[in-house]
Design a protein around this ligand. Structure first.
Ligand SMILES: C[S@@+](CC[C@H](N)C(=O)[O-])C[C@H]1O[C@@H](n2cnc3c(N)ncnc32)[C@H](O)[C@@H]1O
Length: 270
């Protein structure tokens, strides 16, 4: 990546939150035993004109982001094992580097985000034949035909990380319904917050507020009989050598109310 002047950040309120996981991945490079090895994120942090210190993120925030990424990466790797030439679609991709971390040389990958985020993304990443960018909302359906054409009947993996909790529940339902309508047989992986975190800001000094939280993830199966909860994971399910880096980890993870603040869910759209 060659960057002569630092990139300006001029993003909407929710869009700006992409800087949190970006920073978390970049910071991880300083650790001896890295949860995620992501030199590209560190390069991007250095190339962006933004005061990351003002986010006031804690060590716990940083590890949480990286562990959640680690779990999502494992699900993506599982999918690629089964479908080496499959299609992965990241909705609300931000400045994530997952394709750069996991590309197996044959997967087709779509990265979707709102136009202002996509304009920033295009300063650091390039499209290729197998990697396409789409400037659109996750709630749109205009992009579905393009993805369907490439998937040509194969099940896709949809990844929605760091986004659903900023939407209203009816919007989350809409995304599920759109994906079921167009991509029946595919899987949807996402992270979510517990109801306790709804109406809270994360990080505290950012304007975006959590709007959707969920207690029992099985409840989603009642939205439509075609939604099947396949797996739920928390940071606790990542390898113990990483989890142990949490300050107070044993207290944190033995209290379900704290452990379940952030969870990852994998759904089948059958
Ligand atoms: C917390 S960031 C997560 C970024 C990325 N998934 C990651 O984990 O690094 C939230 C992302 O959702 C995007 N976003 C917000 N509303 C969206 C929408 N309606 N459709 C698509 N993306 C959206 C933002 O632009 C931002 O990139």
């Amino acid at each position: 990546m060659v960057v002569n002047t630092k990139a300006k950040v001029d993003l909407g309120v929710v869009q700006e939150t992409l800087l949190v996981p970006l920073w978390a991945r970049a910071e991880e490079l300083k650790q001896p035993d890295k949860i995620i090895f992501d030199p590209l994120s560190a390069e991007i942090v250095a190339a962006i004109d933004y005061d990351f210190a003002k986010l006031n993120l804690s060590y716990t925030d940083q590890i949480t982001c990286c562990l959640l990424h680690w779990i999502m990466d494992e699900w993506a790797k599982d999918y690629l094992q089964q479908y080496p030439q499959g299609v992965i679609v990241e909705l609300g991709v931000g400045l994530n580097t997952r394709f750069d971390r996991l590309d197996n040389g044959t997967v087709r990958w779509f990265e979707i985000d709102l136009p202002d985020t996509m304009a920033l993304r295009q300063q650091f990443f390039q499209e290729t034949e197998r990697r396409k960018f789409i400037a659109a909302s996750a709630l749109d359906t205009d992009w579905c035909d393009l993805v369907k054409e490439v998937a040509s009947g194969q099940p896709c993996l949809f990844i929605v990380e760091g986004l659903l909790f900023y939407l209203l529940e009816e919007q989350v339902k809409q995304i599920f319904a759109n994906l079921l309508e167009h991509f029946s047989g595919s899987k949807l992986a996402f992270d979510c917050v517990s109801p306790f975190l709804v109406n809270r800001h994360f990080p505290d000094n950012m304007a975006a507020k959590h709007k959707w939280g969920i207690g029992n993830l099985k409840e989603i199966e009642t939205w439509n009989s075609h939604y099947k909860l396949l797996e739920v994971r928390t940071c606790w399910d990542a390898p113990k050598q990483y989890v142990k880096r949490f300050p107070w980890f044993s207290v944190f993870f033995h209290l379900p109310v704290l452990r379940d603040f952030y969870r990852m869910a994998l759904f089948g759209l059958t």
